[in-house]
Design a protein around this ligand. Structure first.
Ligand code: SF4
Length: 410
């Protein structure tokens, strides 16, 4: 889809993002709830283009009880989940015939996400869009911000570089913790999974009582800084292998299968899950055999490519933190559970795929896994709720269980 913001703060990959339209592997014109605002609805009802006018009246329906001017009507999808305005070339017939300005806000903006804070505007993209995922994961500096750091969210607590660990006076404890996690995640000397472990321990230490977004005292901000430095050193020097790998494997595969059942013929996620888990479990005689095979594929097929391209999943995590403003509001534990499970699950699927690729993995595989998983997991709110319920059923309100989802198999 098209459109854009004139000059917001945005990571590098946004400067080249452009919808690829009919060439898209998993177009957003299927399985999306397309809300239509009141102005656009009225404009559609006044269209006099032969053929299109009838379709607009047939498929764009005013909500029985419109919730607001922006949530006024909705496009009724076809029984297969496709947008009825998608033409034979996988292009939007509304845009083709009436121009981009005729699109609803939902269609015009996706996959872009914009927000404002303290007079500044920020822009990023949802990685459920395959093209945004490809760009975000294709280069080490895709998640850098080109502007002067002063204008970057770092001023408010989000940082742009490993050195920018300091949060300004008046920052809340939530902002300080978010900044510390972003800083540690950017540190390529630290394996990514350890950065997510860090997110778990620091949130448990400083955010476990879900503090409000109020300014924290300078002493507290300093202690977050000291804690970050110390914990990073510990993570660098220590190994955290082991744990109950069978339990982690069972939980992640269960969530993958459950989420894939929410997809349909238009989604790539179910076939990726099938291929990947098929590789891991295919020739194994039993569950222990599958677990052993998972660890072998991880070591022999996946690890080297992933080490050489460690920025790919790292950029996914950085974008996830940025787009979702993770930990900045709301209960913290569900946010950590969702972050840890997404990472663990996407890595598991990539491990399986690495066995199905005699020529080795490619960044295209990473983009396919991340975008197709995000398409289901981020657009269907029930998935996030189920992730928390699944973990809570095993160990209620446990940061430790969620953290174990990211420890690699041994
Ligand atoms: S998912 Fe992204 S690239 Fe594909 S059609 Fe939508 S905006 Fe374009």
């Amino acid at each position: 889809m098209a459109g854009g913001d004139s000059n917001p703060n945005a990571p590098n990959y946004m400067s080249t993002f452009k919808c690829v339209g009919g060439a898209c592997e998993e177009t957003c014109c299927t399985n999306f709830q397309v809300d239509v605002d009141r102005t656009t609805f009225r404009a559609y009802m006044a269209v006099k283009e032969p053929g299109l006018d009838q379709d607009l009246r047939k498929y764009v329906k005013k909500l029985r009880e419109p919730r607001s001017a922006s949530l006024y009507a909705r496009v009724q999808l076809t029984p297969t989940g496709a947008c009825p305005f998608l033409d034979g070339d996988k292009l939007c017939s509304i845009q083709n015939r009436l121009g981009e300005s005729a699109l609803s806000e939902t269609c015009r903006s996706y996959p872009r996400e914009t927000w404002a804070r303290d007079g500044r505007r920020y822009l990023g993209a949802k990685l459920s869009c395959p093209e945004a995922a490809r760009l975000c994961m294709s280069s080490p500096d895709a998640m850098e911000f080109p502007r002067d750091p002063v204008e970057h969210p770092g001023d408010d607590g989000l940082t742009n570089s490993a050195e920018a660990a300091h949060v300004h006076r008046g920052a809340s404890v939530r902002w300080a913790v978010h900044a510390a996690i972003e800083e540690v995640t950017r540190d390529r000397a630290l394996p990514l999974w350890k950065a997510i472990l860090f997110a778990g321990v620091i949130t448990e230490t400083f955010l476990s009582n879900d503090p409000a977004l109020e300014p924290a005292g300078s002493e507290l901000l300093q202690s977050i800084g000291a804690y970050t430095a110390e914990t990073r050193q510990t993570l660098l020097s220590e190994d955290f292998g082991g744990g109950d790998q069978a339990q982690v494997f069972k939980i992640l595969t269960g969530i993958a299968l459950s989420a894939s059942r929410k997809g349909n013929a238009h989604n790539r996620f179910p076939s990726i899950v099938q291929t990947s888990l098929g590789e891991i479990m295919g020739s194994a005689q039993d569950f222990d055999g599958a677990l052993k095979r998972y660890a072998e594929i991880y070591k022999n097929n996946f690890k080297r490519f992933d080490d050489e391209h460690d920025y790919a999943l790292r950029n996914f995590v950085l974008n996830y933190l940025y787009i979702n403003r993770v930990f900045l509001a709301g209960p913290v534990l569900p946010q950590f559970q969702n972050l840890a499970v997404r990472f663990g699950l996407m890595r598991l699927l990539l491990v399986g795929l690495s066995s199905a690729r005699p020529e080795g993995l490619s960044i295209a595989d990473y983009a396919a896994v991340v975008s197709s998983a995000s398409r289901i997991m981020d657009h269907d709110a029930s998935v996030s709720t189920e992730i928390c319920a699944t973990l809570d059923a095993v160990e209620p309100r446990s940061v430790s269980l969620a953290a174990r989802m990211v420890i690699p198999p041994v």
